[in-house]
Design a protein around this ligand. Structure first.
Ligand SMILES: Cc1ncc(COP(=O)(O)O)c(C=O)c1O
Length: 373
């Protein structure tokens, strides 16, 4: 019988699913990684019109329509003060595919990829699938990633390191100084920095800056998506940008595994990116209000929780048995170890749910905390 590749055998299905399945049907789900807001109306309408006019029936250019790539360049100019050439953008099937093609194009068999631990589950899995070796890096007390720790982890054999700010699962936002350092490390060590900025618009304190602003070499590629910013996780539309040479290599992977991003989603994304940004501002304001309530609630329980400054997650340190107790009482949260060995002793709480439900969940967590103390 044909066996399975050693690359795929190193990867398992995300532990997050198992948590959902273990919870009862009426459970309150604080495990979800997607906003609870509708996709903006103008984005939906643009897709409907494109479908009805037959504009989205065929393949688009491999990189995506020029209009979409111009809208993406416009977003980087507006939000990041970055001058991105639309020719250096590939529209992808979400940030997930963007991460995949970035790693496939840059990581050789046995090369190392450095990433945050706890960190988004795809970094380790996609490193294995690219034939690379994962090198998880422990975070600071405040759950940000220390550039010095990244620099220490870099060897002759390092192909890339991943920066994710604001971060999943921590909600931590890297400072401007850190981002400058990540750019310096990419330049000086001549390694690729993959900057995952899918939560870049969801920031409450401080400012989201990209290492791309500071790098002097072409050693930074940025991964972004409409998924979180415009509540478009189901549309599967993200992108990657970098130098012409890097984009040309990533395009080779994208061309053969994807051909092009879904055409209706490209029309929706173009409208979302170039239309009014009020839905984003309103969503971010709602997340900030909920963040405050969650933070107060967790602190009132006596839990230690670094203040999340972005995204829609909090990651408190929790006592032994807390996650199981909370899940048994009908609230789904994700155990920290689902995001790496250093996530143990933490839980990820997503507050992408309405305020009333959140308050109900906090009351249940309070009882669970009492029970395990
Ligand atoms: C940090 C991070 N990067 C990338 C992604 C992938 O997002 P997408 O749905 O656009 O593939 C996610 C999704 O949860 C994420 O949390």
């Amino acid at each position: 019988m044909t066996g399975f590749s050693s690359r795929v055998e190193q990867v398992s299905i995300s532990g997050i699913r198992e948590v959902f399945e273990a919870a009862g049907e009426d459970a309150i789900n604080l495990g979800l990684g997607q906003p609870d807001f509708p996709t903006p109306e103008n984005a939906k309408q643009a897709a409907i019109e494109a479908i009805q006019a037959g504009d989205s029936d065929g393949y688009t250019s491999n990189k995506g329509t020029l209009e979409l790539r111009e809208a993406i360049a416009g977003k980087h100019a507006r939000d990041n003060d970055l001058d991105v050439d639309p020719e250096n953008v590939i529209a992808t099937a979400g940030g997930s595919e963007a991460l995949h093609i970035a790693l496939e194009a840059h990581v050789d068999q046995g090369q190392e990829v450095v990433f945050p631990d706890p960190g988004f589950v795809s970094y380790e899995a996609l490193t294995h699938l690219a034939g690379g070796d994962p090198v998880p890096v422990e975070l600071r007390e405040d759950l940000t990633m220390d550039p010095a720790a990244v620099e220490d982890a870099i060897t002759e054999n390092t192909a890339a390191f991943v920066v994710n700010s604001p971060a999943n699962p921590t909600g931590a936002v890297q400072s401007t100084e850190d981002m400058r350092e990540f750019a310096r490390i990419a330049d000086e060590h001549d390694v690729l920095c993959i900057s995952d900025e899918v939560y870049g618009r969801i920031v409450f304190e401080g400012e989201h800056r990209s290492p791309l602003e500071f790098a002097e070499s072409d050693n930074v590629v940025v991964v972004d998506a409409c998924s979180k910013t415009y509540s478009m996780t189901g549309w599967r539309l993200g992108w990657v940008t970098g130098s012409h040479e890097r984009v040309e290599r990533m395009l080779r992977v994208h061309q053969y595994c994807q051909a092009c991003a879904s055409a209706p989603a490209q029309y929706a994304a173009e409208a979302a990116l170039s239309g009014p940004q009020d839905p984003v501002d309103e969503m971010v304001a709602a997340f900030e209000e909920r963040r405050d309530v969650v933070l107060d609630g967790l602190e009132d329980m006596g839990l230690d929780v670094p203040t999340p400054q972005g995204a829609f997650y909090a990651m408190p340190r929790v006592p032994e048995g807390w996650v199981d107790e909370v899940i048994d009482r009908g609230v789904v949260v994700v155990p920290g170890e689902a995001f790496g060995a250093n996530g143990a002793g933490h839980a990820r709480i997503s507050y992408a749910t309405d305020m009333e439900t959140l308050k109900e969940a906090l009351a249940i967590m309070d009882e669970a905390t009492e029970a395990v103390r």
